[in-house]
Write a protein that binds this ligand. Structure first.
Ligand code: URA
Length: 186
């Protein structure tokens, strides 16, 4: 499936109940030839309204995190585990994540990034097919099994807004991700 077909499939998707509550789907944004792919959890209210991932407060922090490793938002590709907003921003259900996965899988194939950065527990656990705590998943370079792409896990920017004392660890994760990128390019 090419980008246009995929985008149309997502826009028309009614596979799970979330379609009933959405304003619009939130497909993904950024460079389709990016070396970096950033994967979050699911759209929130702002993203549902604007149709773009990470445009709220967490998005502003994400932009600053990217800037800290020398990246502009336009240089990376940003997507979520879910394309539709869960009601009251609850966690995605396993079956919702499962039904939405083929879309993200194809986005990963099409972008073919050199590194994936997973933001938060939901993204990390779904991509790595594990229920390990984020504290155990961050701080090392994984391989995303389905794509073979190196992957680093860090805290979700919304969590960092609530818990700024963890920003230091997120900064370490970002530097680790940059090292993973350097390794992938060498
Ligand atoms: N949180 C996410 O995980 N994704 C978004 O797009 C916005 C907030």
């Amino acid at each position: 499936m090419d980008w246009d077909t995929l985008a149309h499939c997502v826009a028309d998707c009614t596979q799970c109940n979330l379609h009933g509550g959405r304003t619009q789907t939130v497909f993904g944004v950024g460079s389709r030839a990016a070396d970096w792919m950033i994967i979050g959890e699911a759209p929130g209210a702002e993203e549902d309204a604007q149709g773009e991932p990470f445009v709220g407060r967490a998005g502003q922090l994400l932009n600053a995190m990217l800037q800290a490793i020398g990246l502009r938002r336009e240089q990376v590709y940003i997507a979520n585990i879910l394309k539709c907003r869960p009601p009251k921003n609850r966690d995605p259900l396993p079956e919702e994540a499962q039904q939405c996965w083929p879309y993200l899988k194809r986005q990963i194939e099409l972008v073919a990034p050199k590194v994936i950065l997973a933001l938060g527990r939901i993204a990390a656990q779904n991509l790595l097919l594990t229920d390990q705590a984020i504290g155990r998943l961050r701080g090392r370079i994984h391989t995303h099994a389905e794509s073979g792409i190196p992957m680093v896990v860090t805290y979700h920017p919304a969590y960092l807004l609530r818990t700024p004392s963890e920003k230091r660890k997120a900064w370490e994760d970002l530097r680790l991700a940059r090292r993973a990128m350097e390794q992938a390019c060498s």
